[in-house]
Design a protein around this ligand. Structure first.
Ligand code: AQP
Length: 340
């Protein structure tokens, strides 16, 4: 009997910007979901998206250091570098090359509607650059470059993913089935972790220190930040984001990190004060981050090892990207390359 041909693995792609110290929001919304794909079915690529990071002005030395640091965080969070392709976006020139082509298949009106552009333009009014505007096209290129099927991301990136799907469908409509149309994969809870100080706004790594919990914050800092987190004045522990955004945010963090529901997290604390709620969040966050921090420290003591992983994986990613890029270039009619 003939053995059936092995199915090609589905591609999973995601990236995080080395634009600051990663927060518990990045962890809950994205990073912790990265290793939920069995490796017999999926090939996962996780990129340090340094090209996205420069849409906001960065200190060059700090950015370079954070790239290595983020790669170490990926590994410390449990991503096996032998099974997952962990690499730096800027090491694979196909990202930029495909982004240019996709720019020509994206409308200004679509980019004008992107809420992240509006938010970031307001935050960085002195530097509203074209890269910030076309950021979603580069993100579409990141994803489509590898024929990605699944993109694990937080809710704030939903709109960008929708655009990537629209661009893929538009391109396929003209040239045939070139791109896989990707699906987003969102966690059940904590897809949008909110700022500790302004719980109606998303927690962001480039906001002031006291608004977020950084993955590498020591326990005493975590304790202090959570103690100061904004709640409300009625002292009832209940999940109600519209009326109790601060308390609801803390309940979501507990639920996400303990794999329970917000209702279960609230029930466990029923009748207790906000002091107890904050103690519970603190314990859960510290016990989640302690092993990650220890592993990160161990990895950063051997930067050569982390750099080696980035170098090796850039080669693999380049190989995969070039295959796709050549196909797209041919479809749009770029000149043939002489074969030697
Ligand atoms: N607060 C959040 N809650 C849930 N998920 C979040 N993500 C970011 N913030 C939250 C998810 O983390 C992944 C990586 O995000 P990114 O670094 O590429 O960009 P971002 O969404 O703009 O994240 P930040 O922390 O807000 O960065 P800055 O401050 O540089 O803009 C994404 O999957 C995102 O959804």
């Amino acid at each position: 009997m003939e053995t059936p041909a092995a199915q090609p693995k589905k591609i999973v792609y995601s990236g995080i910007q080395p634009s600051g110290t990663l927060t518990i929001g990045n962890y809950i919304g994205a990073l912790r979901n990265f290793n939920r794909f069995p490796d017999d079915e999926y090939q996962c690529l996780y990129s340090v998206v340094d090209m996205h990071a420069i849409t906001v002005r960065q200190d060059a030395a700090a950015l370079r250091k954070r790239c290595l640091d983020l790669a170490a965080i990926y590994i410390a969070a449990g991503l096996d570098p032998k099974k997952n392709i962990i690499y730096c976006q800027s090491h694979v020139s196909g990202h930029a090359e495909l982004a240019w082509i996709l720019n020509c298949f994206t409308y200004m009106g679509e980019l004008n509607r992107m809420t992240q552009f509006k938010d970031k333009s307001a935050k960085h009014a002195d530097n509203i650059n074209a890269g910030l505007f076309t950021y979603p096209v580069l993100m579409a290129a990141d994803i489509l470059l590898f024929n990605t099927s699944v993109v694990p991301i937080g809710a704030d990136q939903k709109q960008h993913l929708e655009l990537a799907r629209d661009i893929a469908q538009r391109f396929n409509g003209i040239y045939g089935d070139v791109f896989t149309v990707p699906e987003g994969k969102f966690g059940k809870v904590g897809t949008r972790v909110m700022s500790l100080q302004e719980p109606t706004r998303k927690m962001s790594k480039s906001d002031p220190e006291d608004t977020y919990i950084a993955l590498l914050d020591p326990p005493d800092v975590i304790r202090r930040k959570i103690k100061r987190a904004v709640t409300d004045s009625d002292a009832e522990i209940r999940f109600d984001p519209a009326n109790k955004p601060g308390v609801s945010n803390l309940l979501s963090i507990i639920a996400a990190l303990t794999d329970t529901t917000v209702e279960e997290a609230a029930a466990e604390l029923a009748g207790q004060g906000y002091g107890k709620l904050k103690e519970r969040v603190t314990d859960v966050v510290i016990s989640t981050l302690e092993p990650l921090q220890a592993e990160h420290k161990r990895l950063m003591a051997d930067k050569g090892y982390v750099q080696g992983i980035l170098d090796e994986n850039a080669e693999i990613a380049n190989h995969m990207a070039t295959r796709m890029l050549r196909k797209v270039q041919r479809k749009v009619g770029f000149a043939d390359r002489g074969r030697k």
